[in-house]
Design a protein around this ligand. Sequence first.
Ligand code: ATP
Ligand code: MG
Length: 501
Amino acid sequence: MSDAPLDGLKAKVATAELGPEAEEIGTVTHIADGLADISGLPDAQFGEILIFDTGARGFVQMLDTESVKAAFLDPMTGVEAGSVVRRSGQLLSVPVGKGLLGRVVDPLGRPLDGLGPIVAEAMMETERPAPEIIERDFVAEPVETGILVVDALFAVGRGQRELIIGERQTGKTSIAIDAIVNQKRSDIISVYVAIGQRSTAVRRVIEAVREKGAFERTIFVVAPATAEPGLRWLAPFAATTMAEWVRDSGGHALIVYDDLTKHAAVHRELALLSRQPPGREAYPGDIFYLHSRLLERSAKLSKEKGSGSLTALPIAEIEAGNLSAYIPTNLISIADGQIVTSAALFAGNQRPAVDIGLSVSRVGGKAQWGALKAVSGRVRLDYAQYLEMKMFSRFGGFGDAAMKARLARGERIGALLTQPRFEPLSTPAQVALLAALDAGGLDTIEPGQIAAVKQALEPLIAAEPRLAAFRESPAKLDDELRAVLVACVKSAVGRITGGAT
Ligand SMILES: Nc1ncnc2c1ncn2[C@@H]1O[C@H](COP(=O)(O)OP(=O)(O)OP(=O)(O)O)[C@@H](O)[C@H]1O
Ligand SMILES: [Mg+2]
C-alpha cells in the first residue's frame, strides 16, 4: 500500500498557515435613518456589500476620506455605534435568468411571493456599463402597446426610452401596465419595478397583470415606500440588470420604472443624510448623471451583439402641470420622447388622458409599422385643429357645412383615442379604424358607439382570410388591403347599428 494520500496531507499540514486570516473589520461610528458611518474600512469599494454583526447587509453608498457610508438593505435593528462591520468583497449583484419570470422579488432578488427560492442562471452586478455606440443598432422595430394613441401617434421602438409623465392619478401606471399586458402575445419579456409606492398599489398592479394573462412573461421588482432607503435606491439598477440579461441573450425586454421621481427623492434623502452638498431643489449634483447612466442601458444591440433590445418606459410625476421642474426636465432631456398625461383631460373623461400637444416620440416613427404610419399621418393635426375649433364653436355662429364635418370628424377621432384599460387593440385593428376614419366610414355612426365597433372589429379581422399575411406583418398597406380593412370596419359598424349602413 502506498502512503501517497497520507503524504499529501502531511505536506499540507506542514505548510498550513495557522495565523489568523486577514479580514478587514470596521466599526460603526454613527447610525441613523437607514445609513451608517463606518470607520476602519479604507479599502471598501463603492457598491460593495458590507455585513453588520447582526447579519444585516448594507452597501457602500459613499466613500469619504476617513470613513465610508453604508445604506442598509435589511432592517437596522440591533446595529449601533460600536457595532462591527465586515467587508464581503462582493459588489451588489442580483440573480438573473428565466427563473425570475412570473416572480415578485425585492431589489436583491429575494422572493417576496412565498414561492420558494429563485433558480438563477447567474449573478450579475447591478451597476453595469451601458452598451458602447458601436455595439448598438438603430431603433427600427416597434413595441406594440395596444394603446391606439400611443401606437399610432407616439410609437415606441425597441430600444427606445419613452417617458410617461404627468400629475398624480392621471393614468400613468395604467398606460405602462397596458403595455406590459399586451406583450402576452409577443416575444417581449417585461420587468416592472416599483420604487417607493404604497404596497397596496403595487399589489393591484401585480394582480392586474396576473388576471390579464401576462404574468408568466413579467418580472416584478418591488421596493415599497416602507423598504429601507438603500433598497429603494437600488431597485431600478437591480431591475435593469435583470432586463439586461434578456437583452444580452438576444431577447427583447421592456422595463417600466414606476417611478423615477420617487427614486430621485430617495437619492436626495441619502445624499442629504450623508451630508453631500445639496444643489438645485436640494438634489445632489449627480442626479442627472445617475438617471442618464440608468437609462443609457436601454438600447437596441447590433447584430454582432445578438440583436437584443431593452426598451424603457420610465414614469415621472409632476406637480400642477409643471413640466419644467428639475427632475422632469432632466428626465425629458434624457429620454427619447415623452407621453404627457393631463389632469384636465383625465377630469374630462379622456382616457388615456394623453396630451397630444405636449407628447412626442423622437425615434419611434422609424420603428412604427409601415401600415400604421400610412394611416396615422394626419390624425394628430386633425385632432389638434378640432380641439381648437371646438373651443371657438362654443361661442356659436359657426354654421357652415365644412366646419360641421370637421367637428364631426374630430369627435370621432376623440372617440377612437379613448380606450378603457385592458382593452388592447391589435395593430391591424388600429390600421383598419384609422383607414376607415379617413374614408369617412365612421361618419355615419355616433361617437358613443365607436367603443362597441372596436370590440366587434377584432374577431372580424382575425377571421378575414385576405388579411392572413397582414396580421403577421402589417408592414405595408396597398389599396387592396386598405379596402379589405375598411370593409371589416363597415361590417362591424353594420353590426352595431343593426345593418343600417
Ligand atoms: N384608460 C383608462 N380607462 C379607465 N380608467 C382608467 C384608465 N386609465 C386609468 N384609469 C383609472 O384612473 C386611476 C388612476 O390611474 P393610475 O393609477 O394609472 O394613475 P397614476 O397616474 O399612475 O397615479 P399615481 O399618481 O397615484 O401613481 C385608476 O383608478 C385607474 O383605474
Ligand atoms: Mg402610478
